[in-house]
Each structure stands twice: as structure tokens, then as C-alpha cells.
Design a protein around this ligand. Structure first.
Ligand code: HEC
Length: 133
């Protein structure tokens, strides 16, 4: 009798936990799919906009070098190094300065007249530099 009870209990335990695990696995799968989708669409969006040319970027970075360093490594503690930074992040930040969403009076004059292609080229140039020259 008690063995039967124990068996029933085990079966119930197994099925309840089975459902829990299945639900959990389902949620994980959904999260992964959603995350991948989000990541893909961001990358696709960025690619769809503009492709940067690092050679062009190098020429356009002549003025930036005064503060950010010729090789993208700054020597002033208040000026960030840009070498090896993520390309998408650079695009986002340069545009933010240009469009007045991020404010810095020393930066603004140098980026305010950049086109989207200039920004893409500059970002490609800095992203391709080594952070440790
Ligand atoms: C007069 C100095 C100066 C010049 C020239 C200059 N910058 Fe900057 N830049 C700065 C300073 C200072 C900051 C940090 C701003 C802050 O504290 O928010 C900065 C920040 C940045 C950032 C953000 C970095 C980060 O980690 O968020 C990027 C990108 C950038 N500059 C790109 C450029 C580009 C591209 C040019 C040339 C077109 C340029 N800068 C010219 C001084 C300069």
C-alpha cells in the first residue's frame, strides 16, 4: 500500500516537474530567438545604412588626431582613446555629438558638419586601429 502511494507520488512529482522544465526550456528558447532576432536586426540595420571606408576615415581624421591621437590613443586624461572601439558605438557617439544629443563644447565644432558617410568612414578607421600600439 505505501509503495503504491510512493509510486503515485513519484509519478505526480515527475509530471509536475516535467511541465515546469518544459515551460522553462520553452521560455529560454523564446528568449534566445528574440535576442538573436534583435541582434540580427540591429546589425542588418547598421549594415543597411552605410559602410565605412577606413582609408577615407584616416584622411578625415586629421583634425581629430589633435585630441584623440594620431593612432587613436589619447595622451590627455580627459580625451578618450578611440582606437579599437566598437564601430557601431563610434557611429552612434559621433552622430550624437553632431546632432546635439551629446554635448561637449570642444568636440561639437569638429563634428557638426560631418555627413553620415564621413561618420561611417571615421568609425571604420578608429575601430580598425589597435588599442595598444
Ligand atoms: C579639441 C579636442 C577634440 C577634437 C579635435 C576631437 N575630439 Fe572627440 N572628444 C573630445 C573630448 C574632450 C571627448 C569627451 C567628451 C565627453 O567628455 O563627453 C571626445 C569624445 C569623442 C568620442 C566619444 C568617445 C566615447 O568613448 O564615448 C568620439 C567617438 C569622438 N570624440 C570622435 C571624434 C572625431 C571623429 C573627431 C574628429 C572629427 C574628434 N572627436 C575631434 C575632444 C576632441
Amino acid at each position: 500500500m505505501s509503495r503504491l502511494k510512493a509510486h503515485r507520488h513519484w509519478t505526480r512529482f515527475r509530471s509536475v516537474n516535467g511541465i515546469r522544465y518544459l515551460t522553462l526550456a520553452g521560455l529560454c528558447l523564446a528568449a534566445t530567438v528574440l535576442f538573436r532576432f534583435d541582434l540580427d536586426s540591429t546589425v542588418v540595420q547598421a549594415q543597411a545604412t552605410l559602410k565605412g571606408d577606413p582609408e577615407q576615415g584616416k584622411t578625415k581624421a586629421a583634425l581629430c588626431a589633435a585630441c584623440h591621437g594620431v593612432a587613436g590613443v589619447s595622451i590627455n586624461p580627459l580625451w578618450p582613446s578611440l582606437a579599437g572601439q566598437q564601430e557601431l558605438y563610434l557611429v552612434k557617439q559621433i552622430k550624437a555629438f553632431r546632432d546635439g544629443e551629446r554635448e561637449e563644447i570642444t568636440m561639437q565644432p569638429f563634428v557638426q558638419n560631418l555627413s553620415d558617410q564621413d561618420v561611417a568612414d571615421l568609425a571604420a578607421f578608429y575601430a580598425g586601429l589597435s588599442p595598444c600600439p
